[in-house]
Design a protein around this ligand. Sequence first.
Ligand SMILES: Nc1ncnc2c1ncn2[C@@H]1O[C@H](COP(=O)(O)OP(=O)(O)O)[C@@H](O)[C@H]1O
Ligand SMILES: [Mg+2]
Length: 377
Amino acid sequence: MPGLVIEHLSKTLGGRLVVEDLSLRVEPGELVCLLGPSGCGKTTTLRMIGGFIPPDGGSISIDGVDVSGVPPERRPTAMVFQSYALWPHMSVFKNVAYGLKLRRLPKPEIERRVEAMLALVNLSDKGARRPAQLSGGEQQRVALARALVLEPSLLLLDEPLSNLDAKLRVGVREEIREIQQRLGIATVFVTHDQDEALAISDRVAVMSGGRIEQFDEPAALYRRPATTFVAGFIGAMSMFEGAVGSDGVRLGQAVQVPFAAPIPVAAAMGGGAAEGWTIGVRPEDVLVKPARPGGRSRATARVLKQIPHGHYRELVLGLDGLEDTRLRAFVAADAPLGDHLEVSIARALLYHEGRLAHEVCGQDRVRVDARAAVATP
Ligand SMILES: Nc1ncnc2c1ncn2[C@@H]1O[C@H](COP(=O)(O)OP(=O)(O)O)[C@@H](O)[C@H]1O
Ligand SMILES: [Mg+2]
């Protein structure tokens, strides 16, 4: 079985179960992110894959070989750490060559492989420098080259970009993704940054409390978060307790918010119960227009806050008749809307006991590009 196969992995640290019955598969050439809040067990999982800490239970195999009991240096893995962990007294070239020297490769081969790797990470002209003479992004590329020069079959990266400023982080993550794809190397990338995970992954494993909540492609993760935890963690999602009917959802006890277009709810739900749902609504699925004075629209809301995001803006709405509601909506940056709005929704996700049960939306995608189709008065 090629690639990485993890089955029922567990680890207790300091008397606490920090990785719990974790199973995961990474195909050859695939980049998988472990994504989750600080303390959810990402680093512990990665260190078990690399062989730095032994699991209490479960198995890890790489390219069909069970690696239990195999020390890190004999595993077909290479790790890039958050801190880079470069040797400060060695040149860039020697840093990258280090692992090959330990393997006692002939000198000409070491030179050839190091030079090829420095070219790959765009540092051919920096081989003689010390790490301290490089920028943060360049240091990170040295760390990447040092890992890749060993020609591992699995690359492990633990928050490799967290020491870089925001702008550089985006550039370096794109470089890492490009190199990873060019080499076709299976990669496990740990991050707590959802943007980063969604941008570079083939698939993302969202973790919470030592467990995987959902393992899916980025688009699916965003569109259909499998649990309320994932729904809250990935992107913005407004959540309410309520009920659903053919013409809209009822939030709380009283406020009915209509669907923007007819939705065959009964069919979508197979005649399931109308009551007792946790209802999730993405901001791009909320449509707004100015409330008509004296109009009889069923759902109106006050604009409580406006957050500019460049070409669009985010509204935080409080629904009339439902204290404490916070419904988020995206609208065009310059849409002249006023502060009392009529609200409808194009799509809702229904959760029961924390798990996604139904996606309620029109037969056709009601709105293909939410931001382009923002309702204007
Ligand atoms: N050596 C250790 N001893 C005790 N607890 C630990 C140790 N290492 C990590 N932990 C705990 O295990 C949990 C998971 O840690 P970690 O895998 O580093 O999380 P993450 O990388 O997702 O932030 C945390 O609650 C952390 O405090
Ligand atoms: Mg960590």
